[in-house]
Ligand binder design. Structure first.
Ligand SMILES: Cc1cc2nc3c(=O)[nH]c(=O)nc-3n(C[C@H](O)[C@H](O)[C@H](O)COP(=O)(O)OP(=O)(O)OC[C@H]3O[C@@H](n4cnc5c(N)ncnc54)[C@H](O)[C@@H]3O)c2cc1C
Length: 510
């Protein structure tokens, strides 16, 4: 295995692979914990990618929707960069082989999702946008000479030199059963999200926010970790992860009803079924708590077109013996997307020399307190290209010898053990989910502290605990309600929006 890379990318979802492709011809090494194409959220993305490419649309309108959804915390400059990059992102992905759905005349099929004022979501094979993007990127990356892909290599931490610069990663080669230092002049975190820290999630379970923990431990600035988006309509069929019923279903006219058949969203928001995600998620939760239940009704609006237009959701329904052409789909909110993350500037640079972040692990500022649906794939593409523009021709710094924290070497190279994760996920879903309070958050911190004391600590559990603690500490510190973060003990929104910033090296209590 290579023990030195000029540029190291940790993660091979849309963020990692697209950035790697844009770095050509500079040599780059991409590591991924699982076989290529597995373990991340990208192939699971259903709705598609937002881009202002319709005749009646403009980047300004997309910008306004993004700002509005983010509840006062979107960085306007970052949002401009994002929306201005939409058209190129679509063209470039098509050039790389992504077949977005097109009308007979060649125009792109554009869908609508909540809080978008125009039809602007590009799809592929109905609800298979993520899989189509991933297939094309995997193919392109696997045949690109400048990219070396190392599969089943798990990053366990970042290597940091005496000046605080990042110089690669401590890695574990699953097949060889060996731990090694992989030195690099520039390291790009593209490790994805953290829904796997919650008992009910739409994310693949390995998505446990390890990259966030690495960056925090190395001393990088972490911004707004408390903002976790819950998708309102995961299929409530007892599966882990919970299959998603994409928002595009409501965009196509499906609506939420309770067990009495009452379309309840009008009771919660004037935009009804197309209200912002956090509002729909809390409404669904309220109906479930009031024992009225929540269901998605697509019978009239989509009916017989369901299998063709939403094949992924249809297959998940079939597995649970539900026919959405004639049955209601039971739904519940599930942890879905992390808005906060490792702070970056507009070019993807973190606060540490040698460290960059892209995709869901990053906090570029485009999502604020609530992500606008389908802005995340776009963010990964637009900001991945900007990192590549910075690094493609940059003279490489010779880093001083960098090392991993000493305590890290004492911990077994293993994923978190299932029993400990079960406790953590239950605690996070109970106390740090859609509605939070000081007492509940304090209980979560107690569970995290007790898990830190376990005799059988593993590298995976250690990282999961650090990230869970970051989210919970952020939620405790934010004594207001805003976007996806709702405090029952602080229901008001402060007039002046503010960021939560955590910069100190985490004490992970070993
Ligand atoms: C069900 C679902 C539907 C979605 N639908 C949409 C949608 O329609 N539109 C939209 O814009 N967004 C959607 N999203 C969100 C979007 O898919 C993600 O935000 C995006 O794909 C994240 O891309 P990424 O490259 O940052 O991370 P991922 O695709 O999650 O990739 C992370 C990579 O990092 C690797 N990794 C993680 N930790 C380590 C480690 N320690 N060592 C080595 N490798 C590691 C993983 O193996 C993986 O290769 C959806 C998400 C889900 C779960």
């Amino acid at each position: 295995m290579a023990e030195k890379a000029d540029i190291l990318i940790i993660g091979a979802g849309v963020a990692g692979l697209y950035t790697a492709l844009k770095l050509a011809p500079r040599p780059v090494t991409v590591i991924t914990a699982r076989p290529l194409g597995l373990g991340g959220s990208t192939p699971w993305a259903q709705g598609g990618m937002a881009a202002a490419v319709g005749d009646d649309d403009t980047p300004n309108l997309h910008f306004a929707d993004t700002m509005q959804a983010g509840a006062g915390l979107v960085d306007a400059e970052a949002a401009s960069v994002l929306v201005d990059g939409g058209a190129f992102a679509v063209e470039d992905l098509m050039r790389l082989g992504v077949k977005f759905d097109q009308h007979k005349d060649g125009g792109l099929v554009l869908g609508r999702e909540a809080a978008h004022c125009r039809d602007r979501i590009v799809h592929a094979s109905g609800d298979r946008a993520g899989a189509a993007i991933m297939d094309a990127l995997v193919k392109a990356a696997s045949t690109s000479e400048h990219i070396t892909i190392l599969e089943r290599i798990v990053a366990e931490d970042l290597l940091v030199d005496d000046h605080g610069a990042v110089g690669g990663a401590l890695i574990y080669d699953v097949a060889a059963g060996e731990r090694a230092a992989l030195d690099a002049s520039e390291t790009i975190l593209a490790t994805g999200g953290l829904g796997g820290l919650y008992a009910v999630t739409t994310n693949p379970t390995p998505a446990q926010g390890h990259g966030l923990a690495f960056a925090a431990r190395a001393g990088a600035l972490i911004r707004d970790p408390e903002f976790v988006q819950f998708h309102p309509t995961a299929l409530d069929i007892g599966a882990d992860p919970a299959p998603l019923a994409t928002e595009a279903l409501r965009g196509d006219g499906a609506h939420l009803v309770n067990k009495d058949g009452r379309a309840f969203m009008e009771d919660y928001h004037p935009a009804g079924d197309m209200a912002p995600r956090d509002i729909v998620a809390r409404a669904v939760e309220a109906e479930i708590k009031a024992k009225r239940g929540a269901f998605l009704d697509a019978r009239d609006a989509i009916g017989d077109a369901f299998p063709k237009n939403f094949p992924t959701v249809f297959a998940a329904c079939q597995n649970a013996e539900i026919d959405p052409r004639s049955d209601l789909m039971p739904v519940a909110p599930a942890a879905h997307y992390h808005m906060g993350g490792v702070y970056t500037d507009l070019d993807g640079a973190t606060t540490l020399d040698g460290l960059w972040a892209v995709g869901e692990v990053a906090s570029t500022g485009v999502h604020g307190a609530n992500r606008l649906a389908s802005n995340s794939l776009l963010e990964a593409v637009v900001f991945g290209a900007r990192i590549a523009d910075q690094l493609r021709e940059k003279p490489l710094d010779q880093r001083d010898e960098a090392g991993a924290p000493a305590d890290r070497m004492e911990v077994a190279s293993k994923p978190a053990d299932p029993k400990a994760m079960k406790k953590l996920r239950k605690a996070m879903s109970k106390g740090c989910a859609l509605i939070r309070s000081e007492d509940e958050l304090t209980d979560v911190l107690e569970v995290i502290a007790a898990l830190h004391e376990r005799e059988t600590m593993t590298s995976g559990l250690k990282s999961a605990l650090v990230t869970a603690e970051l989210i919970t500490q952020g939620a405790l510190a934010r004594e207001e309600s805003r976007g996806a973060h709702h405090r029952s003990d602080f229901p008001e929104t402060e007039e002046e929006p503010f960021h939560t910033e955590i910069a100190a090296e985490m004490d992970d209590e070993e």
